[in-house]
Design a binder for this molecule. Sequence first.
Ligand code: MN
Length: 159
Amino acid sequence: MESNLGQYKKKRNFKKTSEPLGGIKKSRDKLFVVQEHHASNLHYDVRLQIKGVLKSWAVPKGPPESCKDKKLAIPTEDHPLEYANFEGKISEGQYGAGQVYIWDKGTYKNLRKEKESISMEESYKQGKIEIDFQGSKLKGAYALAKIKNKNLWLLIKMK
Ligand code: MN
């Protein structure tokens, strides 16, 4: 799977942005973070630790509150694990300029591991992720499902 930070680094000038450069390779807990990002369009960045990086999606409308609504999740470049702690202002002229707040952060459990012995890496490749969020705002089972033949995913709250 693609999990290098080339795109992330290419888009940013680390002399001009306070965002982390990256370096941590491993962490025991599987982290997730949701960042409220006041860029040109307000969106929520949902990031899941998979294999040493944060796999990322921009969710324009934020995580779903009920099982009835599905929210569009647009995949974005891998981010370094340290990004889970990032909060602050990305300066004008930089990629994603605007304020970033941590909306929620915590750990998650891979539900498909228990049911089918499928790793997060494999789930990502298949475009079918099922996890249990253990955050302060996000709690319980959610799915991220890739739309067939499109580079778009849906974030779904499971029953
Ligand atoms: Mn963003």
